[in-house]
Design a binder for this molecule. Structure first.
Ligand code: PHE
Length: 367
């Protein structure tokens, strides 16, 4: 019989040197498998004389268990190594965006919603909502536009048939402006009221600066001593914050809306040159919103006593603001769902707009 001590040394050395689980398993088979080295030696025992066999059997059993021990301890070491390698390999750095090249973008209109909400939120306004599909009472009548009022024609209304009535006055509309939210808010809440209502609005119109669906934000403030001075101060602060300028010339031109009296349009100072529009300086003016003191008839329609309360309201076209602020030339592209456009004009989702942390986060990460 071979020198088992020497053999044990050799075999344990081989086992300890096994580089991975596969090599270790191959070694196990080569030593202890059906035709393994020790197995073959065990088979040889039968041919030995009885007295030798006993001694040799004992020695072989010791050799076998030593090798088994070596196999087991090497197995444990390799298992830990392989687990560690796998963990290292599958490590995910959760602090990095997943597939940054595939990261989505926030649409400029959503960004403007966020910015406007952040600005008015800071001034103590809350956000109110109303339905896109309105009845004529909220969209027109309660806003001082009774049936056949000529101002109804100004709005290129989309009507929706009312399945329960043939009467044209009962048909629904997709709201032509966010002003019906004024009425819905008054119906629910007594003054003081200080809300903005951003949302979708609809008119039958289509060119580079008009789309059938567009976005507005309505503002409504009602209290006991609200005056036109509050309106002016509030909107001045808004445009400065919105355009992120310390100073911006503004002017109010007399205008007409059935639901405000007096009514005005607000312009901001700008410089129009051939290829550029610079906001905040220069000799030109740009109209940006409609506003006025809430008409007493509107307060009455909303269940508020005009002898006790008064207020101001305004309505801003958000799409136009987005075009102005982010230099987007054609409104129709907003709604084409072109991923290249969104990559260019969109915003990184995690850059939340706030008055303290920055509104536009420097004009979008795409540029
Ligand atoms: N609703 C008006 C429009 O869509 C804007 C407006 C709102 C004007 C509130 C005055 C007060 O044109």
């Amino acid at each position: 019989m071979e020198n088992t001590e020497q053999l044990q040394k050799e075999l344990t050395a081989e086992v300890t040197a096994a580089a991975d689980m596969k090599a270790l398993e191959e070694l196990r088979v080569a030593i202890l498998g059906k035709k393994g080295r020790i197995t073959e030696m065990m088979k040889g025992l039968g041919a030995m004389p009885a007295e030798e066999r006993k001694e040799a059997g004992k020695t072989l059993n010791i050799l076998k268990s030593k090798v088994e021990e070596a196999l087991e301890s090497r197995k444990q070491v390799l298992e830990v190594q392989e687990l560690n390698a796998k963990l290292a390999d599958e490590k995910i750095d959760v602090t990095l965006p997943v597939r940054p090249e595939k990261q989505g973008r926030i649409h400029p209109v959503s960004k403007i919603f966020e910015e406007v909400t952040a600005i008015f939120g800071e001034m103590g306004f809350s956000v109110a909502e109303g339905p896109d599909i309105e009845d004529q009472f909220h969209n027109f009548n309660a806003l001082n536009m009774p049936a056949n009022h000529p101002a109804r024609q100004m709005q290129d209304t989309f009507y929706i048939p009312n399945p329960d009535s043939e009467d044209k006055d009962d048909s629904f509309v997709v709201r032509t402006h966010t002003s019906p939210v004024q009425i819905r808010t008054m119906e629910k809440q007594q003054p003081p009221i200080r809300i903005i209502a951003p949302g979708r609005t609809y008119r039958s119109d289509y060119d580079a600066t008009h789309t059938p669906m567009f976005h507005q934000v309505e503002g409504l403030v009602i209290g006991k001593d609200i005056t036109m001075a509050h309106l002016k101060g509030c909107l001045y602060d808004f445009v400065k914050a919105f355009f992120e300028l310390d100073n911006i010339p503004v002017r109010y031109r007399p205008s007409f809306f059935p639901f405000t009296e007096p009514s005005a349009e607000m312009d901001i100072g700008c410089l129009k040159s051939k290829n550029e529009l610079k906001i905040g300086a220069g000799t030109d003016w740009l109209e940006i919103l409609g506003c006025g003191m809430v008409h007493p008839n509107v307060l009455c329609a909303g269940g508020i006593d005009p002898d006790v309360y008064q207020g101001f309201a305004f309505g801003v076209g958000l799409d136009r603001l987005a075009m102005l602020k982010y230099g987007i030339p054609d409104l129709r592209t907003f709604f084409e769902s072109d991923i290249r456009w969104l990559k260019h004009y969109g915003f990184v989702p995690l850059d939340i707009s706030s008055m303290t942390g920055g509104l536009s986060n420097n004009g979008g990460a795409a540029r």
